[in-house]
Design a protein around this ligand. Structure first.
Ligand SMILES: Cc1cc2nc3c(=O)[nH]c(=O)nc-3n(C[C@H](O)[C@H](O)[C@H](O)COP(=O)(O)OP(=O)(O)OC[C@H]3O[C@@H](n4cnc5c(N)ncnc54)[C@H](O)[C@@H]3O)c2cc1C
Length: 400
């Protein structure tokens, strides 16, 4: 039977959009190019406690590997500030298992998964998406949700350029036999390892970590080796995976007649960290709701589907833009400035103030924390010295 809705990509965004549509009473198929959902897994798997709550995802030991309470932020010269909360702030998850857990719930809701099915091209007629081809076969659902992930290669092959920018390559590996605080993640800044981004250490337990970095420069695997050598004194890496990380702004357009974009492909990602599971998932649920409304009225024209644009931009557009401006500001910071900023924060004894801000803030909606930070006169003074008036002014203007 012809599905009423088709979703491209069985990542979290695609699965969540499909679940909402199927629960809304419409037949829904998800097309995934890989034979196994969640594989290959290239994600660091750090998801906020509040984010999973907002997505309404039940917690399960099937995918949760650890709980973290805070983190250490390192400057390029190896100094760090530590922030630790009394309650868990984030879960470390096995992303492959997480995606399969979501897919099982989607199947229970009636979603059908078409695995090893790569969508070749979307088909348009007079500006309306009329379906797509898989291995040359034409499929004609009423509505398509494209959740193909970062970069929008399918869209590009189909003649739509989203103009998505700020895509980096991220590398990840797991290392055992180390000693870490299992409650804290580590974030390391510095151009040597992670140009225009950062390196991370995410504890799975006290002796195993997931370790990785994103970089705008080349030679990512060598950089990761260098980072692991510096942090753990080891240089052999087993099983490095790589994937695309979005650090740019959201795309200008995420709704077309017959077609909605959700997740990384729409730039619905925290540009500060590249984390897109929660934000993309929240937007994907809105895409699903809009699809249900449109299918219910039998109207899949842009006029009706633009309701999706209105809703996701209204709820998260400003957040995403603020995080993108913060990312640009971070990208302009030299190693020297980072060292100076961290030293300034420690000199002024602001760790407690920062800890308090972060514990009251939201890991996914970071504009609130940024706003409070620039309203604190002591923090503002250190930030102005470390970041510069012009750069900080740009951020402040967005927060008004
Ligand atoms: C190294 C690294 C670490 C990361 N760490 C984190 C983290 O700790 N926390 C976090 O929140 N985010 C993290 N991210 C980002 C996170 O992985 C993405 O934001 C998230 O996966 C986006 O979900 P999505 O559903 O939009 O796309 P994806 O998860 O990329 O899923 C897209 C799916 O579509 C499929 N597909 C693509 N094209 C086609 C086609 N033509 N036909 C059929 N199927 C197709 C792909 O195979 C894929 O399965 C990380 C990313 C990287 C690279």
């Amino acid at each position: 039977m012809k599905p009423e809705a088709a979703v491209v990509g069985a990542g979290p965004a695609g699965i969540l959009a499909a679940t909402v549509i199927s629960e809304g009473g419409f037949t829904t198929k998800v097309y995934e190019e890989h034979p196994v959902i969640g594989e290959p897994n290239h994600c660091a798997g750090l998801l906020s406690v509040t984010g999973l709550g907002k997505l309404g995802i039940d917690l399960s030991d099937e995918f949760i590997q650890n709980r973290v309470y805070g983190g250490r932020v390192y400057s390029p010269d190896g100094e760090f500030i530590e922030i630790r909360d009394r309650k868990p702030r984030a879960y470390v998850v096995d992303r492959g298992r997480f995606d399969r857990y979501l897919a099982d719930a989607a199947s229970d809701a009636g979603v059908e998964f078409m695995l090893s099915s790569r969508v070749d091209r979307l088909r348009f007629m007079e500006g309306t998406c009329m379906g797509f081809t898989v291995d040359g076969d034409v499929h004609t659902p009423w509505i398509v949700v494209d959740s193909e992930g970062a970069g929008g290669r399918l869209l590009s092959r189909s003649g739509i350029e989203t103009g998505q920018s700020g895509i980096l390559t991220g590398y990840n590996t797991e290392i055992g036999g180390v000693e870490v605080d299992p409650e804290l993640v580590e974030v390391w800044f510095g151009d040597e390892f992670a140009e225009s981004f950062y390196a991370w250490v995410i504890p799975i337990d006290e002796s195993t970590v997931r370790c990785g970095l994103g970089t705008a420069g080349g030679g990512g695997i060598d950089r990761l080796k260098g980072f692991v050598r510096r942090r753990f004194g080891a240089s052999k890496l087993r099983g490095v995976t790589a994937g695309q990380v979005c650090t740019g702004p959201p795309v200008d357009r995420a709704a077309y007649s017959g077609l909605l974009l959700a997740g990384d492909v729409a730039g619905q990602v925290k540009a500060t960290t590249g984390g897109g599971v929660v934000m993309g998932g929240l937007c994907a649920r809105l895409a699903g709701e809009t699809a249900v409304d449109a299918l219910g009225c039998g109207d899949i024209c842009w006029g009706r589907l633009s309701e999706y644009e209105r809703r996701w931009r209204g709820l998260y557009g400003r957040e995403l833009r603020t995080m993108y401006t913060a990312r640009r500001l971070l990208n302009r910071m030299t190693d020297e400035r980072f060292n100076g900023l961290l030293a300034g924060l420690m000199e002024a004894d602001l760790q407690g103030v920062l800890g308090d801000l972060v514990s009251r803030g939201d890991m996914d909606l970071q504009a609130g924390v940024i706003r409070e930070a620039v309203r604190n006169p002591r923090l503002l003074y250190v930030l102005l010295r470390g970041v510069g008036v012009a750069a900080l002014g740009e951020l402040v203007s967005l927060l008004r």
